[in-house]
Design a protein around this ligand. Sequence first.
Ligand code: AKG
Length: 199
Amino acid sequence: MSEQLSLFAPARLQPDGLRYAPNFISASSEQALIAHVEALPLQPFQFGQFEGHRRVAWFGYRYDYTLRRLQQAEPIPAWLSEVVAQVEAFGGANTRIAQVLCTSYDVGVGIGWHRDKPHFGEVFGLSLGSACKFRFRRRSGQSWQRVTLEAEPRSLYLMAGASRHEWEHSIPPVAAPRWSITFRTMAAPQEPGAASQGG
Ligand SMILES: O=C(O)CCC(=O)C(=O)O
């Protein structure tokens, strides 16, 4: 498994804590994972009273935007065990995936600017089916610093550190069907009195 860190163009700026591994899985694993994801009872993403266009299924935990808290979800299924183990090995010692989110993006569907919920720790994303422009932005005075990662099919990205907690990310509407599997660890318990992350 090789790791590639220099795909950011045109600027050399790169969010700290971001790692990227092209060809993280084989083409046959990719096809098998897409088939498994498509066989799930995918539901439109619920954001309080709003409904997103992407379709999702959660395992381990689900964040309920109406109740504003984590809920227990179905356990992570056996067909994900191998790739979860690969992701944990990529994350390094003590990486324990507690939540998996499977997402299907039809043509023209993307995801808006956000940071993942603070309940979660590190965030890994496996891209399937087609490439997307994985965009990052961070406030810099009156403007924004911006970086785009071309997330290729079969690649894995890891957001930790500043890339996870300071930079927001988004995906513009995709030009071809894309699926992603997001793997999240849980955040370390906060020290009493420590400031919590918004969003
Ligand atoms: O599809 C992806 O790779 C990103 C998904 C994402 O950012 C999210 O669900 O919060």
